[in-house]
Design a binder for this molecule. Structure first.
Ligand code: ADP
Ligand code: TRP
Length: 338
């Protein structure tokens, strides 16, 4: 582990939407292209995290492969030896370190995690799994095993990153220097020099973010949607009764979202600001997104599955070696190994 490590994970639970693409996947791919070489870049699929909330297990394998194809189509440099893609469950050290960290983690600190509160809130007691509760500990293991310093995550994950620093410090002060601490959230933001707050809104309900957890899917544009589906969803996007195009998240959330999407897909919002009809803006957004997706889907169809499988096997072999070095250090420290 001679190069500093950048690490991040994207779950493969459902089909990816344009929010995931613009807010997570594309920044990850850009980062791998820019920083792979000077840094080791770990982009992994946290498959063990996938069923912390109920999923359709029959679809997990296909979902993982599809996400990796999307990464490849988005331009992830599979031939760069400093860029690694791997599945969490193929590196058993993640599970083993999680158990050890669990035994040094307080019930109270896990109960305070906002994501746990948010995600468990909608489930009945019997459907809240210990896995959901435990989620941040597994995430800490994901990071600490590889001595990762830079972890680009959205705001919803900042608390988990802070926990990772806390648990690492706790074990370091008790057992000596076992772990490298990831940088603080503030330093992460400075390092990635990006607006990590980008949030595409749901087209049908622009008061909430576009999310794969949306049951209807009406306000969500998936990367695999056909041009016709895209046009239909965008033309029926919720706007307002003000009747003048302006970029105002508070009063005209739907219109502001359409303007953002237009800009992100290469259009010019200024062409529409001040117009007193929403139709032309919607048509422009629909065309920009439909064009982009048609091209993207053509690239997706050309992705070589074998190249992905070969890269996975190579990365997973190497990651096991790296992760096991850290795991052994911890096992020795806590008395599990001589
Ligand atoms: P979802 O809400 O669809 O379940 P996740 O919470 O699994 O998505 O997020 C996966 C990644 O995609 C995260 O890095 C998150 O920041 C990003 N992301 C999710 N939804 C959006 C969105 N609407 N706009 C921008 N980025 C998003
Ligand atoms: N918790 C992250 C999410 O839901 C995914 C994730 C799991 C992750 N392990 C990680 C991200 C380690 C960064 C580092 O988006």
């Amino acid at each position: 582990m001679s190069k500093p490590v950048i690490l991040t994970g994207l779950r493969a639970n459902n089909d990816l939407h344009i929010g995931n693409y613009l807010g997570a996947l594309l920044p990850m791919v850009d980062m791998a292209r820019e920083k792979g070489g000077e840094y080791q870049v770990n982009l992994f699929i946290p498959d063990l995290h996938s069923f912390t909330t109920p999923i359709d297990h029959d679809k997990l394998q296909a979902g993982i492969m599809q996400n990796l194809r999307v990464f490849a189509a988005a331009g992830l440099p599979l031939d760069n030896p400093d860029v690694h893609i791997y599945r969490q469950s193929y590196v058993p050290a993640h599970s083993e370190l999680t158990w050890i960290l669990d035994c040094f983690t307080g019930l109270g600190e896990m109960s305070r995690m906002t994501q746990f509160k948010d995600k468990s809130g909608s489930l009945g007691d019997d459907r809240i799994s210990l896995g959901l509760f435990n989620y941040p500990v597994l995430m800490a293991a994901d990071i600490l095993l590889y001595c990762a310093e830079y972890v680009p995550v959205g705001d919803d994950q900042s608390q988990h990153l802070e926990f990772t620093r806390d648990i690492a410090e706790r074990l370091n002060s008790r057992f000596g220097d076992l772990f490298v601490l990831p940088k603080s959230v503030k330093e992460q933001h400075e390092f990635f020099n990006k607006d990590q707050g980008l949030r595409i809104k749901d087209l049908a309900d622009p008061s909430k973010k576009m999310s794969k957890s949306d049951d209807t899917g009406k306000g969500v544009i998936f990367m695999t949607d056909s041009p016709d589906e895209v046009r239909k969803k965008i033309m029926s996007a919720t706007t307002d009764s003000i009747g003048k195009v302006a970029h105002d998240y508070d009063k005209q959330a739907g219109v502001a979202n359409l303007l953002d999407i237009l800009q992100l897909f290469g259009g010019n919002p200024d062409d529409f600001i001040g117009q007193d009809q929403y139709g032309p803006l919607k048509t422009a957004v629909a065309e920009a997104v439909a064009d982009f997706l048609a091209k993207f889907q053509a690239d997706l169809a050309k992705v070589d599955d074998q190249a992905i499988l070969t890269k996975l096997a190579a990365s997973e072999e190497q990651m096991n070696l790296q992760a096991n070095v850290t795991l052994l250090k911890v096992q020795k420290a806590v008395g599990l190994r001589a």
